[in-house]
Design a protein around this ligand. Structure first.
Ligand code: A3P
Length: 286
């Protein structure tokens, strides 16, 4: 099916219509934040599911009950999916919430309540690679077609949640940066224990070294992949066909080298250089 058949355009970006019907978008627009909410914000395929494992474990002081019993989309729900049956209004603080939306489309109360945000970024060439495989297995996304064609769509932002460049810039240019923790997928790959410790510190949660270590161990790719509440194995095959590509697919950095041809990588770099020329942030992959 085509973009026109599968997607809706919300504030200028594509969103899969079956997951984000009008009532979900209304829920998102009207959502009332609390100042002690914790928001995980990401461009898709940047490490959302990973963070949906790490943050609940930090907040529970290492108790795995919630990550063992609740699927990731219930323990840290995406606001734009609008799962009103979860009754988030009644959830005790601190609530853990997720979004793939850009900074500028957050609901009005986000800007007044000022909850903490963890914004996870990933090398866009790996985001592209992960996304390409994800589009092969998810029936609510367009079939990616030939790789070069999908690459152009990705670089033009003609994909779900729009342009990676716009997304990252929107969050990096946020007005109130002191409440946002910027962390990259690559830092988490390089030193997960240190990343867990830094996230805990940002969330004002003091953890023993032993608990930090245990959380990091649990969140290693090979271990998280076994967690049925995080590996999407409970999702029907008609929605996600993991025989085509697993959701927790490779879990590495630099897989783009196995995916992009030399001319594709060169083109990617040229577009990146142009679109990111005014960005001062020092990314680990630069
Ligand atoms: P790959 O497709 O490159 O393997 P999101 O959750 O934002 O959709 O991102 C999915 C990507 O994060 C996938 O990347 C997935 O394998 C990876 N991922 C999920 N959990 C991970 C973990 N514990 N360690 C490393 N990568 C992880």
């Amino acid at each position: 099916m085509t973009e026109a058949e599968l997607y809706t355009v919300y504030k200028g970006v594509y969103m899969p219509a079956s997951i984000h019907p009008p009532q979900s978008l209304k829920y998102f627009e009207e959502f009332s934040f609390r100042s002690d909410d914790i928001i995980i914000a990401t461009y898709p395929k940047s490490g959302t599911t990973w963070m949906q494992e790490i943050v609940p474990l930090i907040m529970s002081g290492g108790d795995p009950a919630s990550v063992e019993t609740l699927p990731n989309w219930q323990r840290v729900p995406w606001l734009e999916v609008g799962q009103s049956q979860l009754n988030l209004e009644q959830r005790p603080s601190p609530r853990m919430l997720a979004t793939h939306c850009q900074y500028n489309v957050m609901s009005p109360s986000f800007f007044t309540a000022k909850p903490k945000v963890i914004y996870v970024m990933r090398n866009p060439k790996d985001v592209f690679t992960s996304s390409f495989h994800h589009h092969r297995m998810a029936s609510f996304l367009v079939n990616p077609g030939p790789q070069t064609e999908f690459l152009h769509k990705f670089l033009d932002g003609k994909v779900q949640f729009g342009s990676w460049f716009d997304h990252v810039k929107s969050w990096l240019n946020a007005e109130d940066k002191e409440r946002i923790m910027y962390i990259s997928y690559e830092e988490m790959i390089m030193d997960l224990k240190d990343s867990v410790a830094r996230i805990a510190q940002f969330l004002d949660k003091s953890l023993d070294a032993e608990v930090t270590e245990k959380i990091a161990e649990r969140c290693l790719f090979k271990n998280m992949k076994q967690n049925k509440m995080s590996n999407y194995s409970t999702v029907p095959r008609e929605l996600m066909d993991q025989t085509k590509s697993e959701f927790l697919r490779k879990g590495t950095s630099g897989d783009w080298k196995n995916q992009l041809t030399a001319p594709e990588a060169e083109h990617f770099d040229a577009v990146y250089k142009d679109k990111m020329k005014d960005v001062k942030y020092k990314f680990v992959w630069d």
